[in-house]
Design a protein around this ligand. Sequence first.
Ligand code: ADP
Ligand code: MG
Length: 694
Amino acid sequence: MRPSILYPLFYPLENLSGVGNRYGSLLHNLLDGGKVLDLVWHLPISVIDRRCSVPLSGATDNKIWTGRVRVVEHLPPQNKKQPYRICVEDDTEQLTLVFFKTFGDSLSKTFPVGAEKIISGKIEIFNNALQMSHPDYVADIDKPSQMPEIEPVYPLTAGVTNKMLGKLMRQALAVVPNLPEWHDANLLQKENFPSFQQAVLQLHHPQSEADLNPQSPARRRLVYDEFLANQLSLAIVRERMKHQKGRVLQGNGALKQKLLQNLPFTLTNAQQRVIAEIESDMYAPYRMSRLLQGDVGSGKTIVALMTMLNAVECGAQAAIMAPTEILAQQHFESFSALCNEIGVTTALLTGNVKGKARQELLQKLQNGEINILIGTHALFTDEVTFKDLAYVIIDEQHRFGVKQRLNLSAKGWLCDVLVMTATPIPRTLVLTQFGDMEYSKIDELPAGRKPVATTVMPLTRIHDVVSALQRKLQTQTQAYWVCPLVEESEKIDLSAATERFESLQKIFGDQVGLIHGKMKESEKNAVMEKFKNGQLKLLVSTTVIEVGVNVPAATIMIIEHAERFGLAQLHQLRGRIKRGFESSNCILMYGYPLSEVSRERLNTMKQTEDGFLIAEEDLKLRGGGEILGTRQSGFSNFKLADLSLHNDLLLTAAKDAALILQKDRNLQSERGQNLRTLLYLFERDDAIKTYNAG
Ligand code: ADP
Ligand code: MG
């Protein structure tokens, strides 16, 4: 149960004075949550200095000015269109205050003629005269505290002003409790961390821009709290998995032996090591939960199959799940080709398998006549029953979160689970998103692979590229030409795929085709078919070719305005022409202006084909998130931490979490209790529930 000390932070925002239903829902959207705590996590992005500094004569256009003024006269509007104006002055200059839609009454009370007031607001210079519409603050001269001297500025949304938010924030901060310390005293000292409560208060009361530094001790303290909560909860789930009963799967090796004899190559060291890692989990009497990473072409298929054969040797069944029908089909083709030779039965189950064929397949599955089932998520519907499923491989599962993984076991199968992904994920993201799993990585490609020759050049050399292409396309080769947008937009001068297509058509005639995201699925397929069978030699496209296209004869990739693509995207695109034993060429053409970040991206592409290195670089250049497409996948983003800035803290938190659980597996000690509070604070208490369940 949530500790009572945290209750006030989990009250709904509507409990604060000044928050009604309508305003509450505006805030809910802005804060991405409806609790007092969500307000506390909403940190200022800048500060406004409202200390008096210069007289009016020194006021600057478009800047905040604060100072003491005398009220000279009121100029009420002569008609409905005019604003209400009030002339004020200090010893150096006059200023006109301008009010729209305001009643003269209240203004007469606030600004009696002859009175002195402190005002603060944005100066506008209009016809050489100073003006201020709707001052942000008006204070009595004997009550300067009616106005904050240094005002934090928060991210806002339509309908929510900084002033309103500031008022709510004061109420919210007043209930932030002084929580019992969960960190080690040594760490606090070494990092100069303030307490949790102090850190929150400091961050909301910056004294200058310098206090907004993401590396300030107060910010780092909260980031560390957030990372530790994340790492601790994942480590708890992982620990629990380890102690969950599973079955021992240790085959006699006969099928694996046969498979290896049939292969035209020997396994790489990395493949052998990874197979051993997976099998050591399978041999052990607990449930496996492991992530396998390997770039495109690193040979994951054999690794998957070898480990599935280990299960089949034990008389059990194995299943592999792909994210799309096309990929399931591809897997089925490669697995069944290898399995048929060694007498292992495979089958494909997707939504397309219907009627009698489906009934037969399900029957065979139940009888145990099928050893290995390949399919989409259709595998996990209730009508599917296995005779004895012991091992499940999930391909490209990074779209799933920890919860879904836990749900798999809720199906009641005592399965070993392997998650396989070809998208290189930086170490930090593996930690934060897959920290509940063991981890294996194929970090070596089969020998003899030829690198893709990558050239970077300005768009001005497009004519050279076209004439080189003319020569190349006379041989067996085919090429992709990738453009960033479909239609020329007036504002952004992107070269449009349609325009490029038309100009290339003048040179290559009907050898060139066009494919883009706005075409119908059937039209796209028709064009792809023509490219596959060689009718088309050059395919102009937007980035639609990124996913699931495999045309062996295509060995040239030209990317226009490559500076506008992310690194992960460029890597995926280039992966399309990696043919292994043939040489291939990637040409990255850039336009101007070329930002420093874009220049570095292109350099990285030129220097390496290592997807992991590229992913790390990508993370550095633009932060995490997009690599995994987190927005779509529903991964929880961090509230305070930024993986590209606070990487060091994450690594420390990962070690810290492991150490904590080593000493205090069930978080029973006094510090353990405090750490439980931390988990509740960051809403990672799902992990605590596993204590009771397991
Ligand atoms: P991935 O699924 O990791 O992208 P695949 O398993 O499809 O890669 O393998 C890519 C290609 O490399 C396949 O043609 C496969 O037969 C071949 N291959 C796999 N392992 C080796 C190896 N050790 N030596 C040579 N070729 C290999
Ligand atoms: Mg594969």
